[in-house]
Design a protein around this ligand. Sequence first.
Ligand code: ADP
Ligand code: ADP
Length: 233
Amino acid sequence: DAAVDLHDVRKTYQMGDQTVHALDGVSLTIPQGSYTAVMGPSGSGKSTLMNVVGCLDTPTEGVVEVDGVDVTTLSDAERTALRGDEIGFVFQTFNLMPQQTARENVELPMTFQGVGRTERRERADDLLERVGLADRLDHKPNELSGGQRQRVAIARALANDPAIILADEPTGNLDSETEAEILELFEELNAAGNTLLVVTHERVVAEHAERIVHLFDGELEDIERIDQRRIAG
Ligand code: ADP
Ligand code: ADP
């Protein structure tokens, strides 16, 4: 089964008398449990692809299915609800709530989805333990290192057990040692069955995935298989 399925997805923007094809007929299946990287030059459509897969934006044409649901037929409210259930976002700049503790940050998406207080707390603590932060539950973001902040963000992305984790340059603000730790965590999460889609301009980051989707001018230029899986640890 596919976590996400794109059928001939187009996204166009009208700029005066010019039509920009941000996505120009992209078809892509992201199987459950797969680990995919997206690469491409600036302007090739990477952000647009992430926004469409993440249900932040709807395509001009084509079908986007998330966990079997055609999101292009949903109302804005339905799409927002589906996003909260099925998509976990990880950003380059972490995007944590600065006044809230690690635990509270991880609880937040569960609060939005109506999970009760006790279950929320237990699950947040479990997730923070899974990302190696069992001893940092009550720390606020500014009391954590960059790598630890990204671990909190990853725990938060996992909170509602999403169909897919979307990560946009997740190691762009980290030093190379911390980057390696986060990539190792991604490999562990993928080995545990999580589906990952990671946008990066760094080849070394992309090579941790099973395959690299290369975008060019809004088109899927190539899908490159990565055979040499690195072994975590
Ligand atoms: P990337 O993330 O690979 O840099 P984007 O998806 O941001 O590429 O952009 C793809 C193309 O679509 C670019 O030519 C960009 O200028 C254009 N584009 C993206 N968003 C908009 C928008 N809101 N309005 C007009 N053009 C846009
Ligand atoms: P790193 O060297 O990994 O970037 P730091 O040297 O910033 O991390 O922090 C080392 C440890 O101290 C981290 O585990 C972090 O949780 C903790 N820490 C950092 N800053 C603070 C702070 N302001 N208050 C409390 N703990 C902190």
